[in-house]
Design a protein around this ligand. Structure first.
Ligand code: ATP
Length: 583
C-alpha cells in the first residue's frame, strides 16, 4: 500500500473540524483496508506506532528533523532558520521545501510505501547509543527522499510528536463502528477500547472477526484498563438518597492512583494516564508480587506517602517525590509509601469488571496477604446520614481528602464517570464547587512585575462529546515567582503558531499552546460568561460558563492527560448544583 493514500486521508481530516465529517472520511477509508494495515494506520493517525500505554521514544528533536529536511532538499542553514522563524512547524517546512525540490526532479522517482514508513519509523524508535542522532537522520532522510510534499508534512509531524490531525479516540471509534458494525454496536466497541486501551487492537479484531469478536475481548494483563471515575454531590444525605439509602463508603486517600498488572513474577504499575510507573514505586511492585496469591491479577489502589517515623499519612505533595525520573533510590528511602487497594479487575482468568462491587471487594481481600505496605482501603457499609458523617470525620482525622461512596451492586465501568461512585471532599464544605483540572491553551504576556514572562494563562475544559477544548477562565492568581519563572520551560514545547484546531475560544491570548498541561484550579463561583466558550448556548443562549476568581492551587496534574481534565458536562453539573444550593 502506498503511503500517499494514508497521507491524503490525514490531509482531508486536517481540512475539517467537524467530528461527523472526520468519522465519515475515516470509516470510508477503514472499510478498504486489511486488518494489519488498519491497525497500524489507526496508531499512525494518532502520531504513534503503538497504543498509548507503550512508552515510545520516537520524539526526534526539531533540530535534527530540520537538518534532514535541509539535507534532502538542498537548503542552506540561513534559509532554514528564516523558515523556522516563520512557520514553527517542521512538517510545514518539509512540505514547502519538498514541493520546491520536486518541481526540479524527474517524475519517475520511487514511491513511498506504508511498509517502508513503518519500517523506518521503527528504526528511528529503536536507535540508541552514540550514533543514534545520525542514524535517526539517516532513516528520516531515506523517507523524505521519496516523499511527496503532503507525505513529508506528516512524516515530520509524526517523528517530532506533533501529529494532531484532530481525530481523537472517540472519532476513531465512531468510524470503526460505522465501517464494521452499526450504531448499536458502538457501546460494545467502546467497551473493548476501555478495557484494553488499544485502538489498533480493537480495529484489527473488528476487521478480522466483526463485532462478535470484539464483544469477546476481555481484560488482560499488560493492557491497562481505563479507570472508573466518580461523580460528586454536595452532601452525605444527598449521596445516600442517590444510592437508594445504602452504600459502601471508603476513605478517599490523597495520593497517586496506580493500576497494578501482576503476572506471576512480573508486576507493572500504570498511572491513570497509562504511563508505566513501575520504576517510581519499585517497593510497592515487589510487595504486591510477594503478597498476591493469584497467578495473575489486576488491581487498583492509591499510593500514599507515610511519615517514616510515625507511619501516619502525608499529604499528596509528599508522594509526588516519587514521580521523578531520576534519583529514585533516594526517594524510595526518604518517602516510604503504602498502597491502599480499592478494586480488582482481573483474578487469574476471571474478568472481574462484570462482577458487583461487593463481589470484587471480597475477591480483592481473598487474593492478597495484607501487610503494612499493602492494605485495603478503609471501608464501611453506611445506611444513615449519621453513620456517613461519622465515617467522613474519621477519614479527615486520618488525613484523607474525604470519602468515596460506592454502589454495592455496581459493576466496574471502565472509562466512565458516573454516580455508581460518588466523591465527597472536605473542600465541598468550604466552597460550592470541587477543584477543576484545566488545560492550558494559551498565555498572555505579563506586565509590570511580570514583564518578560507569562503573566496569565487561558484555561479550558474538555468537551468529550465533540473532542474540543473550550475556555473557562483566564488564570493569573496562585502562581509564586518560581512557578512563573518555570512556565516557559513547562509550556513552550507546546507552542502553536495559530489557534489549535481542537481549541474553541473567543478570548485571544498572546500565544497559543497545544492542549497538554493540566493545572488544578479552585474558584469562588461558576457564572454565565459572555466571552468563555464552555457550555456556550447550553445553559443560556449567547452565554458560556466561566470561573470567577480562579486560583491555581499549586498542583500540576501531571497524572492527567488533557482528555482527562474536567469536562464541559461536569462544569454544567457543578453550576446547577451551586445554584440549587444557593436557592
Ligand atoms: P480528584 O482530583 O478529586 O482526585 P479525579 O478527577 O482525579 O478527582 P475522581 O473520579 O474524581 O478522580 O476521584 C477518584 C480518585 O480518587 C481516583 O482516581 C483515585 O486516585 C482517588 N481515590 C482515593 N481513594 C479512593 C478510593 N477509596 N476509591 C477510589 N478512588 C480513590
Amino acid at each position: 500500500m502506498l503511503f500517499s493514500e494514508v497521507a491524503d486521508v490525514f490531509n482531508r481530516l486536517e481540512g475539517t473540524s467537524s467530528r461527523l465529517e472526520m468519522a465519515s472520511i475515516l470509516s470510508e477509508f477503514f472499510r478498504t483496508l486489511d486488518p494489519e494495515p488498519l491497525r497500524n494506520i489507526v496508531y499512525l493517525s494518532q502520531g504513534k506506532l503503538h497504543p498509548d500505554f507503550y512508552a515510545q521514544e520516537l520524539g526526534m528533536a526539531d533540530k535534527l528533523v530540520l537538518r534532514s529536511v535541509a539535507f534532502v532538499s538542498g537548503t542552506s542553514e540561513d534559509s532554514m532558520s528564516d523558515l523556522w522563524k516563520k512557520e514553527g512547524d517542521p512538517g510545514k517546512i518539509a512540505e514547502i521545501l519538498i514541493k520546491n525540490k520536486k518541481g526540479q526532479m524527474s517524475l519517475f522517482a520511487e514511491e513511498l510505501t506504508l511498509d517502508t514508513v513503518l519500517k523506518n519509523l521503527t528504526l528511528i524508535e529503536n536507535s540508541s547509543g552514540r550514533d543514534s542522532q545520525d542514524d535517526k537522520m539517516k532513516y528520516l532522510s531515506q523517507m523524505l527522499r521519496y516523499s511527496n510534499p503532503i507525505e513529508a508534512r506528516y512524516i515530520c509531524r509524526i517523528v517530532t510528536g506533533r501529529m494532531r490531525v484532530g481525530a481523537g479516540s472517540m472519532t476513531i471509534l465512531d468510524a470503526l463502528s460505522d465501517a464494521f458494525g452499526t450504531k448499536d454496536d458502538r457501546p460494545d466497541i467502546e467497551r473493548a477500547f476501555n478495557i484494553t486501551c488499544d485502538l489498533g487492537l480493537v480495529a484489527e479484531t473488528l476487521a478480522k472477526g466483526g463485532v462478535d469478536s470484539v464483544k469477546e475481548m476481555k481484560v488482560t494483563v499488560a493492557n491497562p484498563i481505563k479507570v472508573m471515575l466518580a461523580e460528586r454531590l454536595p452532601s452525605i444525605p444527598l449521596i445516600l438518597d442517590r444510592m437508594g439509602g445504602i452504600c459502601a463508603m471508603e476513605f478517599k486517600y490523597d495520593g497517586i492512583r496506580v493500576q497494578a498488572h501482576i503476572d506471576k513474577d512480573s508486576v507493572k504499575l500504570y498511572s491513570r494516564r497509562l504511563e508505566d510507573m513501575t520504576s517510581n514505586f519499585p517497593d510497592i511492585a515487589e510487595e504486591l508480587r510477594k503478597r498476591c496469591k493469584a497467578e495473575k491479577a489486576i488491581i487498583e489502589g492509591e499510593c500514599v506517602a507515610v511519615d517514616p517515623k510515625t507511619g501516619s499519612m502525608l499529604p499528596f505533595q509528599a508522594v509526588t517525590h516519587r514521580r521523578k525520573k531520576h534519583g529514585m533510590d533516594k526517594a524510595v528511602e526518604e518517602y516510604p509509601v503504602k498502597i491502599f487497594m480499592f478494586d480488582i479487575l482481573l483474578s487469574d482468568d476471571t474478568d472481574m469488571t462484570v462482577f458487583s462491587f461487593e463481589e470484587r471487594r471480597s475477591k480483592l481481600s481473598d487474593t492478597f496477604d495484607l501487610s503494612d505496605k499493602v492494605q485495603l482501603t478503609e471501608m464501611e457499609v453506611v445506611d444513615t446520614p449519621e453513620k456517613g458523617e461519622e465515617f467522613f470525620s474519621k477519614a479527615l482525622s486520618m488525613k484523607c481528602e474525604g470519602i468515596m461512596a460506592k454502589d454495592p451492586g455496581s459493576i466496574y465501568r471502565a472509562g466512565s464517570r458516573g454516580f455508581l461512585w460518588i466523591k465527597y471532599k472536605k473542600d465541598y464544605e468550604e466552597s460550592l464547587t470541587d477543584s477543576f483540572d484545566l488545560v492550558v491553551v494559551g498565555a498572555f504576556h505579563g506586565r509590570g512585575k511580570r514583564a518578560g514572562k507569562y503573566g496569565a494563562l487561558l484555561m479550558a475544559v474538555f468537551d468529550d462529546e465533540m473532542g474540543k477544548y473550550r475556555t473557562v477562565c483566564k488564570l493569573g492568581t496562585g502562581f509564586d515567582d518560581a512557578f512563573l519563572a518555570g512556565l516557559p520551560d513547562m509550556l513552550d514545547e507546546y507552542l502553536s503558531k495559530d489557534r489549535p484546531g481542537t481549541v474553541d475560544a473567543q478570548m485571544m491570548p498572546d500565544v497559543w499552546f497545544l492542549p497538554t498541561v493540566v493545572l488544578e484550579v479552585v474558584a469562588a463561583e461558576i457564572s454565565l460568561s459572555p466571552i468563555h466558550t464552555a457550555a456556550l448556548g447550553i445553559v443560556k443562549e449567547d452565554a458560556g460558563l466561566g470561573l470567577r476568581f480562579p486560583r491555581f492551587t499549586g498542583r500540576v496534574r501531571d497524572d492527567k492527560g488533557p482528555e482527562e481534565c474536567t469536562t464541559v458536562n461536569e462544569v454544567i453539573e457543578m453550576y446547577e448544583l451551586q445554584n440549587r444550593e444557593k436557592n
